[in-house]
Structure formats: C-alpha cells, structure tokens
Design a protein around this ligand. Sequence first.
Ligand code: RNT
Ligand code: ZN
Length: 421
Amino acid sequence: MSLEKQIRQGYDYAREVYAGLGVDVDEAIRQADAVPLSLHCWQGDDVTGFDSTGDLTGGIAATGNYPGRARTPRELMEDIRLAYTLFPGRKKLNLHASYAVRTDKNKDRDSYSLEDFTPWLDFAREQGVGMDFNPTYFSHPMMDGDLSLSSPDDKKRRFWIEHGKRCREIARGFAEALGEKSVVNFWMPDGTKDTCVDTRAYRDRMTASLDEIFADRAGMELAPCALESKLFGMGVESFTVVSSEYSLGYAQSRKIMACLDAGHYHPTEAISAKITAVLAFIDRILLHVSRPVRWDSDHVVALDDETQRIMDEVVWNGCTDRVAIGLDFFDASINRLACWAIGMRNTRKALLSAFLAPAHALREAEAAGDFTRRLALLEERRTLPLGAVWNYYCLTRNVPADGQWLGKVIDYEKKVLARRG
Ligand code: RNT
Ligand code: ZN
C-alpha cells in the first residue's frame, strides 16, 4: 500500500474514533494549524550569534560538538529554510539581537537599528513568517560579569538600557514591515554566584533600568514586551535579580507580558500549572517551550506529559490568543536541524492533541462532579489515534509525515553540513 493511501485510511479510522467522542477532527487540525509557533534561530549555531567573537556567557551553555554548526547568516538562513519544510503550521522566526548583520562594524548593540537586520527581514518576507525579537544581554564585553541592567557601573547599565530601547524600535520595524506583531522578550542573566547581601539595590537598579526602557509606550501594541524570569544560571547560582516573583510583579504593575520558560523553576514546579494563574492578572504571556533535565539544560522539546499539559491548559481554557509560544533549547550534541524538527513537531503535535481531546465530555464530567469519568477520559485520551491525524495533517500541508523527514535531514547533512569544516 502506498504511504499516502495508508495515511488516508488511518485518517478515516481516526475521524470515526474522534467523532464518537464528539470531536471534529478537521476543525481540530484547522485550529492547531493556526497557532503561531516561533522558531528560535539560536538552535542553529549554539547561541553564538554574529556580532561578537567571545564565548557564550550569561550562565547558559550549549553542550556537544556535533559537526555542521551554522557560522554565517547565510548558513543559518539556509538551515532555517530547510527546517521550515520539516513541520506543518503557522510559524514565526525568533531572532536575538546578537544575530545582527551589521552595516557598520563599529556599530555596537546600543546603536543597532532595523538596517542591521535587513537580511533577516528579507528572509522572513521570503518565508512568509512574522518575527519575534530578543535583546541580547550576554556574550558581550559591556557585560559587568553576569550583570547588565542591574549593574552598579553606570556606564555599563546605560549601555544596556540603550540596547533595550534599540531592540524595541527594531521589533516595531519588523512588525510594521511584516504586518504581524513582534514580541520582544527581555531575559538577562543578572545575579550572583554566591550569597548576595544588597539584593534590594540590584533589584532597584533593575527596575529603574526596565522602567526607562519601557517608558515610551508607543509601539507596545505592535511590539509587545515580555520579561522572562529564571531560578538560576551556571555561575549565577545564589541570587537572580529577575526571579519569578520579581518578573510577575513587574509585568503586572507595568502592563507588559510575563515570559514563562519551562526550564526556569524548581524541579517540581511546572509552567503548565502557572498559565491560568498568571493570566488571571496579566493580559498576555509568552511561553518558552523547552525541556529541563535536572537543571535548565534546554534539551529538545519532547512530547512528554508537561509539553502536553502546557498545550492542554492553553487550549482547553481558550487562551490561545493571550499566549505567545516560542521554542527555547539549544542542543549541540545531535544534528541541529533535527533538533528544530523534533521540537517543532512535538510542540505542534501537543497542540493538535489538545484540540483533539474530548474537551466537552471532560468539562461535562467535571461540572457534574463525576471525577471518576474525568480521570477515565483523561487516561484513554492518551491512546487516541493522534498519530494518524497528525500524519494526515502533514500530508495535506505538504510536509513529511512521521518517519519521512529524517532522511531529508541526513541528505542535507551529507550535502551541506559536512562541508562546513
Ligand atoms: C536563558 C533564557 C533565554 C535564552 C535565550 C537565548 O536561560 O531561557 O530565553 O535561552 O534568550
Ligand atoms: Zn527562555
């Protein structure tokens, strides 16, 4: 039997199964397809970027030395171009400021402008995708160790304030050019390795810096800003300025977005449990979908219970238009294109599964106080024929079904990546 015929038969079967639970498969596909997922450029080059030659700093690390890392903007675009053919659904491109393709080599991060990202904008246009953006508060000589916006060194702090302002302008430029909002995510590693005494002073400086960056509200619609919290970083283990409590308080009081990264909490905490709690008081949030393994190790997103819970929470609570979703991991130990493909396919699969779940029946059971039935439904939902619907979805979007994409990555590895020394 041809693969296409097999997929169509699987779809026919699955449609019946889901219909029996009151679920319209085609509607679920349509909805899952429409949610934008932002592909992070930094998986392609181990968070190196193009505007500095130093090491990756800021308490984050990409481990592994798989060959084929993209070394130039051209190579990275080439890789992303291929990656985009490996998964279905509406997508965006998530860029860090350190990926600037500078018009003038003397320009530093405090003076970047839209023209330093022209090749990226052209690329986004070519690919028909919107763009998200991130100021880069790491891997730069103006970092004060692991401090940026909370540094006691005024010159450095000012530099990073200007960087934040420039990034907002650039993102606004992206949004205007592409006709799609550009989320600007602020993450900075600020903190200390050992016990910090004057924690309040660091936080006061951070607040003053952020307030300056966000003072101009113009552009907040087109380029909404988010603040990402963290528990700790490597070499920044004892004190983090923008902790969870700090970021929530800041985002809530300043009317910006909060960014929840799946790897930035105590090991038994899950961001799926935080989504509607945060949305009770904050308008919009950004999710960094990732997979922590013991520490914030940024492994490739798996189709595990937490990824599914995240999407269930977003979808079942009707929050898709208040939640922006980006991927955030960097694995240098396996093929980097495969990382993107696996992570994106899993994230989209979890979304599809959330839309395919018998949400109506589940809600009914819950409202009736029938928790036995609720649990039975939740458990049986795990083995519903998601894979059959997924493959049909891929087929209709002209992207490879499961089992069909890895060969393309291996081909590309042989033809293109192998030549990259
Ligand atoms: C770091 C944060 C942050 C970065 C990217 C590169 O711990 O998760 O989001 O991963 O900005
Ligand atoms: Zn993150």
